[in-house]
Design a protein around this ligand. Structure first.
Ligand code: TMP
Length: 236
């Protein structure tokens, strides 16, 4: 597929037009940022790992009834996806307290939540992605109540499917962030990525962090953690 114009460049990916108006090409970068872009760096090999891990998980989710934007992997770093309009929300799913939830509620990291917690943040870098609730979402028309209900249902299915899948690989799914998009036909689909950049993965036995927290917190062993996830999920 011949690529055309760069449509958008984000912190971790570029999006290019293709000769099919319904499809775009996503190209994953090794660039890493944290704290709303304040901290910058490179994680060698991250682009390829996040691309392949995301596609692997999206294929699994499709089989389990969650529609996604995934179409076809084109190269280690590039994937063809359906063109969607992104719902301007980050959906965060939490099974165990960590990160900003631990700070906000004064919970020790690693405290299991008695019920899965869903949070929404409005995607706006200038505002620092503020947390919002269903009333803000309806009032601002970021999603209709029916769309939000579908988003919540899919998010909980993703949590169940990925949680069970990862458990068998000795990975505990602590929390993660999802984004959804709408096709021209109005279908809501899972979009963006599912990777060590957007999930907290802990080794079930040692509780070692196998995700971007190693970069955010200057813990070292960042590349090794990404490689380990790739190895456990894709066997290489
Ligand atoms: P948090 O504890 O910092 O709110 O993060 C919750 C989860 O969401 C964690 O798995 C990391 C992911 N996340 C992103 O993917 N992008 C972001 O911009 C932020 C803040 C978190």
């Amino acid at each position: 597929m011949e690529t055309r114009d760069l449509l958008y460049e984000g912190k971790a990916k570029k999006v290019f037009a293709t000769d099919d108006p319904q499809l775009v090409l996503v190209s994953y970068k090794d660039d890493a940022t944290a704290f709303n872009g304040e901290k910058k760096g490179t994680i060698l090999g991250k682009g390829a790992i996040n691309n392949r891990v995301t596609n692997h998980l999206m294929r699994l989710l499709e089989k389990q009834g969650v529609p996604t934007h995934y179409v076809r992997e084109l190269s280690p770093t590039d994937t063809l996806v359906r063109r969607v309009t992104i719902v301007p929300l980050e959906v965060i799913v939490r099974n165990v307290a960590a990160g900003s939830l631990s700070k906000r509620l004064g919970l020790a990291e690693g405290t299991p939540m008695k019920k899965t917690v869903l949070e929404f943040c409005y995607k706006d870098d200038a505002l620092g992605d503020p947390m919002v609730n269903e009333y803000h979402i309806a009032a601002m028309e970021w999603a209709t109540p029916a769309e939000l209900e579908t988003i919540c249902r899919y998010s909980l299915t993703v949590n169940r499917v990925l949680g069970e899948y990862l458990q068998d690989l000795n990975i505990q799914l602590i929390d993660f962030k999802l984004e959804f998009g709408k096709t021209d036909a109005g279908e809501l689909v899972l979009a963006d990525e599912i990777s060590p950049d957007t999930c907290r993965f802990w080794d079930t036995v040692t509780h070692e962090k196998l995700d971007k927290d190693r970069f955010r917190r200057d813990m070292g062993g960042v590349e090794d953690a990404y490689q380990e996830i790739m190895k456990r999920l894709l066997g290489e």
